[in-house]
Design a binder for this molecule. Structure first.
Ligand SMILES: [Fe+2]
Ligand SMILES: [Fe+2]
Length: 159
């Protein structure tokens, strides 16, 4: 299974504008997950930059893209963890759910607010921090387990 290309127009970004961007030590060794991480991080950087410069139209487009792709990415990881018999699947799943819940709350707050630019920048910063913490924490832990299981066996692929 390969990472699905976005159905909406791809958003081209310059990487490295945020606090965290793709780097080799974030690799899980699961190709599909790594490609998704790279794309998510690049777009979180784009969201931050668009929010920072007050380009709300662009930021809203990037945010919609991120919301869709984060959901697809979480589903991919959950399939990988399920397939590998990962013992901390429930805890990891709860983190993904908490992200989606907090994103929905922040989007609601943004929609109802008059100070939209600052809320959007705050949302972008929150997402940037969340991704960094999650990739370096729960995702790295998942990757260590899966690498350990597959080093002497068949690679685990989602699906
Ligand atoms: Fe992830
Ligand atoms: Fe994850």
């Amino acid at each position: 299974m390969h990472f699905a290309q976005p159905s909406a127009p791809r958003i081209h970004v310059t990487k490295g504008m945020g606090t965290l961007f793709w780097r080799p030590d974030l690799a899980t060794g699961i190709r599909e997950v790594d490609l998704q991480h790279e794309e998510l991080l690049a777009n979180v950087s784009a969201l931050r930059e668009a929010a920072r410069t007050g380009n709300l139209e662009l930021a809203e487009g990037v945010l919609a893209f991120l919301e869709r792709h984060a959901a697809e990415h979480f589903a991919t990881e959950e399939r990988v963890m399920w397939g590998a018999g990962y013992p901390a699947l429930d805890a990891h799943w709860s983190l993904h759910l908490a992200f989606a819940t907090e994103l929905a709350r922040r989007k609601g707050e943004y929609a109802a607010s008059r100070s939209r630019a600052s809320l959007l920048l705050d949302l972008a910063r929150w997402m940037d921090r969340w991704m960094e913490e999650h990739l370096l924490g729960a995702d790295a832990e998942m990757a260590r387990f899966i690498r350990g299981r597959t080093s002497a066996a068949q690679p685990v692929e989602p699906g």
